[in-house]
Ligand binder design. Structure first.
Ligand code: BGC
Length: 766
């Protein structure tokens, strides 16, 4: 059956090629692809079963020596990929054994987690998402790819495009946040940055979209936990970023550790076959997560490794990471006919196809001298630019910021994260080098020069310390200074894989430190370095200004210093909602309306509830008695040193027909005194749907720069796909009806207009 459909698709591809070659300039590429299919088929035809299964095995090998057993396995052609080897000499030797000593000479995929930079660490992905700048994110991925490629790495396990709506989840740090559209745009940008236009060119490495799918919805934000996501929600929220990455040419996909609706992802035929292959026609390959095939049995989905191998292979999972269920059990599963040779061939062909596309058969070796120096000025500049644009200004009372350098005599710099080159790097920094880091303290001193005295007190040993022993010294420094900048937040180990938190307040005694500093009577500017949104409601009254800098990477120091002193105004916008209280999680702007939406009139805080309030005045709306129904800071929020005013929203037509585009425009004016960037955001609401639609959905954004007094008409085009959603029968549909549109500087945008989408006949009858 599969063979037949393959034959049909080869035939159709042939017809398409003839048609395209008549008038299409890219016809050569089609030819290249069919050559590639021929090469794959020819190679497959010469492979033994052991060699085929070998291609499906990925082995962890991070030592500086190649153990004898591994050497023998490489020679026997029993390994398709290595992970975690970054010593270029060892990489080259492994490739040499694979291509020169094995029978068929198939080169290796060398995988590594290149998550936010390589040696030059950039802001964590959640911070990169706060830039809302796909071009810059693409440049960052490019720089990371070039550095990684110079060590022989040819495959990164990034981008992570899991929608993350729960700040307790430690891996939210690795994600682009809560929104499918923003995550899709940035994920696609990263894929293009890693892979380039033609990923056989030097410096381009294969990307891996992960974790397919739904990992971010782990119950209670606890890592690896169960996920239950209705199919409609999965299709409208969790899958679109993966589709966007596939459309951008994504080479590989990693399955999630998690159980999705009772079927763990690594054995999930619906995800891996129906969605990925049948619906999306993905022709790259799928790798498991670390041991996630064997863990199918731990989930209770299979009884043993053999059944786990059967389920994973039957779902079409191409390559097993780190464990050997495939190597041990696929031979017998083939013998028994439970896995067919055609299925095996199809899985191996996907892997070979990527290896051919990557040009590995032409040259698998790496000569570091072909590459620019690692951590070169260009790469540092990109890391700094990403950090600068990622910083979000959350509060700025009485224009405390920017600090005027000229008016400042002395500055107190306080806190455990002010001068810690390691902690500012954040999670997943295998290859990062803290020696490259420029800390905020160092950068502030450099920027201020000798004229301003800078007194530094660490005050707490780590962000988690419960000792207040250093507080007095910090308060004294604060009293003696004209202003206080305090660097708080989370150490890097408090976010990332396995590192979820149930309480997302500032850890340790940080809140007390802030209160003590506030009482010193000087302006207090808090800069938070963290891997997730935190609950900051309790500290707001103790600070005059609040900057959220995420884990900003190696160049975080200069980026933060520039923002503090107004060299560049802040322009980051939140990619994830900041709750008021952790109990609100999961909390996100694109929620459904419910049948009883809360309004200010309907809500009474529990402190204001009279005793024995009559039931008739309860409000009967969807809120928490203590937290209300709003977050502390909404998605898309971020202040500037200037003020942007939005006006004159209009649509090109108040009625459009199915299939037509509509243009939405609004005027943005810089009414302040400094030139600055603003991220202009477009939101849409589909008022009625055959499944209920979110109250707002991001559908476009643009980062623009305006001089003081300058205004610009910003224009967005909404096409039919932008209004489409998966309906009750799961198909992608667009329905006639009314739509609201907003343009503004956050998801709380108020400037609104509307249009109606009509079925063709109803318009002509008008
Ligand atoms: C993580 C993946 C990662 C892999 C390899 C796993 O624990 O979940 O995201 O790519 O390890 O390091």
């Amino acid at each position: 059956m599969k063979q037949t459909s393959k034959a049909i698709s080869v035939y159709l591809a042939g017809v398409l090629y003839i048609l395209m070659s008549m008038n299409h300039p890219m016809a050569g590429e089609q030819k290249g692809e069919s050559d590639l299919d021929r090469r794959v088929t020819e190679l497959l035809g010469r492979m033994t079963v052991a060699e085929k299964i070998g291609q499906m095995s990925q082995v962890n090998a991070d030592g500086d020596k190649i153990p004898g057993e591994l050497r023998a396995a490489l020679k026997a052609g029993e390994i398709g990929s290595i992970l975690n080897q970054v010593n270029v000499d060892v990489v080259n030797e492994m490739q040499r054994i694979a291509v020169e000593e094995s029978r068929l000479g198939i080169p290796l995929m060398m995988g590594r987690d290149v998550i936010h930079g390589f040696r030059t660490v950039q802001p964590i992905p959640l911070g990169q998402a706060a830039t809302w700048n796909p071009e810059l994110v693409q440049k960052g991925a490019r720089a990371a790819a070039v550095e990684a490629a110079s060590t022989g790495v040819n495959w990164t396990f990034a981008p992570m495009i899991d929608i993350s709506r729960d700040p307790r989840w430690g891996r939210i740090a690795e994600s682009f946040g809560e929104d499918p559209y923003l995550t899709g745009v940035l994920g696609a940008a990263m894929v293009k940055g890693f892979q380039g236009d033609d990923f056989s060119q030097p410096g381009n490495i294969a990307a891996c979209g992960k974790h397919f799918a739904g990992y971010g919805a782990s119950e209670s934000g606890r890592d690896y936990n169960t996920t239950n996501i209705p199919e409609n929600e999965l299709r409208n929220v969790y899958l679109p970023p993966f589709k966007a990455a596939v459309d951008a040419g994504l080479a590989t996909i990693m399955t999630s550790f998690s159980d999705l609706n009772g079927v763990p992802a690594s054995g999930n035929r619906f995800l891996l076959k129906q969605v990925l292959r049948d619906e999306w026609q993905f022709d790259g390959f799928v790798v498991s997560d670390w041991a996630s095939i064997e863990q199918l049995s731990v989930h209770g989905f299979t009884a043993n490794d053999r059944e786990a191998a059967y389920e994973a292979a039957s779902a079409g999972l191409n390559m097993e990471m780190a464990t050997s269920a495939y190597a041990s059990h696929l031979p017998e599963l083939l013998d028994e006919g439970r896995v067919s040779m055609a299925e095996l061939d199809a899985m191996v062909a996907d892997i070979l196809r990527i290896k051919f596309r990557m040009g590995l058969f032409e040259d698998p070796f790496t000569d570091p001298s072909d590459y620019p120096a690692i951590a070169n000025e260009g790469h540092l500049a990109i890391a700094e630019q990403l950090a600068r644009q990622s910083i979000v200004l959350l509060e700025n009372r009485n224009h405390t910021l920017p600090l005027a350098k000229e008016a400042l005599g002395s500055l107190a710099v306080i806190g455990p994260l002010a001068d810690d080159p390691y902690e500012q790097l954040g999670t997943w920094i295998f290859d990062g080098d803290p020696a490259i880091s420029q800390t905020p303290l160092k950068a502030i001193r450099q920027l201020l020069g000798d004229r301003v005295s800078v007194e530094y007190v660490r005050a707490m040993e780590t962000s988690r310390s419960r000792s207040t022993a250093g507080f007095d010294e910090a308060v004294q420094a604060a009293r003696a200074a004209d202003a206080v900048v305090v660097f708080l937040g989370e150490e890097s180990i408090l976010s990332g894989e396995t590192h979820s938190r149930a309480d997302i307040d500032l850890p340790g005694k940080q809140n007390e430190l802030l209160t003590a500093l506030h009482q010193a009577g000087k302006p207090v500017i808090a800069v938070i370095l963290a891997g997730r949104p935190l609950t900051l409601g309790d500290i707001i009254d103790d600070v005059d200004a609040l900057l959220f800098a995420w884990h900003p990477g190696a160049m975080g120091g200069p980026a933060i210093a520039d923002i503090l002193f107004g060299v560049e105004p802040p322009s980051g916008k939140l990619p994830a909602t900041f709750p008021l209280m952790v109990g609100q999680a999961p909390i996100y702007y694109a929620h459904k309306n419910t049948g009883r939406p809360a309004t200010p009139e309907k809500f009474t805080h529990m402190d204001d509830l009279p005793v024995r309030m009559p039931q008739s005045s309860w409000g009967f709306a969807s809120f928490h008695l203590d937290a209300g129904y709003e977050p502390l800071y909404e998605f898309g929020y971020g202040l500037s040193y200037t003020e942007f005013v939005y006006s004159d929203i209009e649509v090109s037509d108040s009625k459009i027909e199915m299939g037509e585009e509509i243009t939405v425009q609004a005027v943005v004016r810089n009414e302040g005194r400094v030139e600055a960037d603003e991220v202009v955001q477009l939101y849409v609401r589909d008022l009625v749907g055959n499944v209920t639609r979110p109250v707002k959905e991001l559908k476009g954004f643009q980062r623009i720069r305006l001089k003081p007094g300058e205004s610009r008409r910003v224009s967005f085009v909404l096409g039919p796909n932008d209004l489409a959603f998966h309906g009750r029968d799961m198909s992608l549909i667009t329905e006639p009806g009314d739509f609201h549109v907003w343009v503004g500087g956050s998801s709380n945008a108020e400037l609104q207009t509307a249009f109606t989408l009509v079925a063709e006949q109803s318009r002509s009858s008008n």
